[in-house]
Ligand binder design. Sequence first.
Ligand code: UD1
Length: 368
Amino acid sequence: MSHTLDIISVAGARPNFMKIAPLAQVFAEEPRIRHRIVHTGQHYDASMSASFFSELNIPEPWRNLGVGSLGHAAQTAEILTRFDALLAEAPSQVVLVVGDVNSTIACALAAAKRGIPVAHVEAGLRSFDRSMPEEINRVLTDAISDVLYVSEPSGCTNLAREGVDPARVVLSGNVMIDTLLAQLPAARAAGTLERQQLQRGGYGLVTLHRPSNVDDPATLRMLLGVLERLARRLPLLFPLHPRTAARLQSLGLGTAPHGVRFLEPQGYHDFLALMEASALILTDSGGIQEEACILRVPCLTLRENTERPITVEVGGNRLVGRDPALIESAAIEVLEGRAPPARIPDLWDGRAAQRICADLLLRYGGKP
Ligand code: UD1
């Protein structure tokens, strides 16, 4: 049977890949869909990109725009220009974008200007903090998307407040959790703890890469000081995002404080194994807040706000900002077993990609 729905989806940066993986798999199993992945090249290091494609069995990108690292304006503009040229040559019926990175807004904009319907997966999330580049990307992408797939109820409320027609909004669940649930057995079999010589529950896991935490030397020094004090109670593992590694190097802080172990960026399975076996997660990532919830590992988010409030509502995540006393006291509370267990958010059940696929077929063709 020949396909009746032609979809181009966009993968640009590390947090996109685990969202594209389950969609690519469901699309591949659906004969009515022809699916092609375009990689923008926003992330390009093997450890930030290729390793995810192989571990998550994501098909080779059909094209790679090879954009690389640039300032926000230049990066967004380059992706916009190159993706637009690609659409001119190879139009598709739907362009699907995920998440909130620069690749997301740039490709959504190129498609919308060409009159190609845009589907945004992980729509509606709002931190209400316009100093975050991702918040601007989220607001703009949603404003020009034709169909908005939402991972948690706050997304529907936010979109309704912004006047988006509810007929275009679908509470589909969380595609990143589809990947987590599918990959957990492989992560458990990866031998990560043995390789890192770690005991289950015997360490905390840290990730920090937001400009608001790592770009200001005083803030970064302060956070390292907090980690050093916490590490007297619990050894900490800290895989470094390239941005964070570069900042630490430039400040002469490339050697980890006592009790803290710096690691290279981890692959998907290793990182999942490290999360699942940790006693506590300290992070400024968006996705890790959600993953910690499902794994029932207490998460402290070193930000003033979160665009993923469900993680706090279900008791899996706590916002501790950048207040050293609060970060420490919250961490101690977790270690002393006073943090309540989390509930799993609705529709984070491993079937979000299937719901999205079924909805796309209904809206954009592919009659059975
Ligand atoms: C991007 C996303 C952020 C996401 C993060 C996850 C935007 C606005 N931000 O931020 O939402 O949480 O990805 O990683 O899109 N670099 C490398 N190798 C790479 C990629 C980047 O060394 O493969 C270094 C470069 O020095 C680059 C810096 O990391 O300048 C930042 O990369 P960039 O893609 O601009 O943003 P991220 O901080 O990764």
